[in-house]
Design a binder for this molecule. Sequence first.
Ligand SMILES: Cc1cc2nc3c(=O)[nH]c(=O)nc-3n(C[C@H](O)[C@H](O)[C@H](O)COP(=O)(O)O)c2cc1C
Length: 190
Amino acid sequence: MKYIISGTNRPGARSLQISELIQKIYSENGEQVEIIDLAVLPYHELNGQQYGGGLHEKWAEAVGKVNQADALIFVVPEYNGSAPGALKYFIDHWKYPESFEHRPVCYVGLGGIFGGLRAVEHLQQVMGYRNAFQYPLRVFLMNIFKTLKDGKLEDAVALQLLKDQVAGFKKFVAGLQSQAIDANSLLARK
Ligand SMILES: Cc1cc2nc3c(=O)[nH]c(=O)nc-3n(C[C@H](O)[C@H](O)[C@H](O)COP(=O)(O)O)c2cc1C
């Protein structure tokens, strides 16, 4: 199972709408994928004692999904020139190497005129440092305030780029799996 991570806990987030749109594109391509929505995780359960273990069940469940994901699709809004703290806080409760190493990941950014470029690139540093397999073709959704209406993306070029990313990422993940060098293949051999 691939998981889309809706990268903020902001209620009413556009990231969740984009995540649902991407989920629909996967479905149209014959693949069911699930969304991990940070907005439903109980952030109030985190008080600094949970790094490395002892997570509340909802958190353990979300991290467990990451740890057995065939691949992760990050939907990342730009907050103050970077990715949201809520997303980094989620990631900081993952396990190394299980959650990260050789896990195939791809990125969709959203924001103003830069379409979440900085947010995605900061996240790429994190995932690169932790040895994820990063799909190079990223999608940046610019001026998201104007282009997203009632869950519909009114930007034909951006929509096509999302479709292209889905098709390409499916092949990328399948290629890694076929050589048994993806995260789950490595974990199965341990
Ligand atoms: C706390 C916060 C900071 C933001 N900072 C930026 C920014 O630095 N650059 C930008 O292009 N947009 C910025 N925005 C606008 C968001 O990218 C835009 O509202 C987007 O819809 C946020 O994603 P969300 O709806 O999933 O929360 C910011 C929004 C919030 C809530």
